[in-house]
Design a protein around this ligand. Structure first.
Ligand SMILES: [Zn+2]
Length: 83
């Protein structure tokens, strides 16, 4: 089966995906992509873990969107450095 979306699109959608702000069909497409693309899977898993950790630390309060976006950007920069 062909990837429903490419890596670039998946990465563009990363923060929205984590905020669950994307339509269900996009969520599905991303999930499908993650099944087929180990690189993106690792990236999404790490981002998800970091945010879950943050939410637990913050007492389960919902994280503001801007914080998620900033965090995502920071992580993307960090991963870019790692290669
Ligand atoms: Zn990918």
């Amino acid at each position: 089966m062909k990837n429903p979306i490419d890596c670039e699109t998946a990465n563009e959608r990363l923060s929205e995906f984590l905020d669950a702000e994307v339509p269900e069909e996009i969520l599905e497409a991303i999930r499908e992509h993650l099944k087929l693309c180990p690189d993106c899977k690792v990236r999404f898993d790490k981002a998800q873990r970091t945010i879950t950790l943050y939410q637990v630390t913050a007492g389960g309060k919902e994280m503001p969107v801007f914080a998620t976006v900033k965090l995502t950007e920071a992580m993307q920069r960090a991963y870019a450095k790692q290669g």
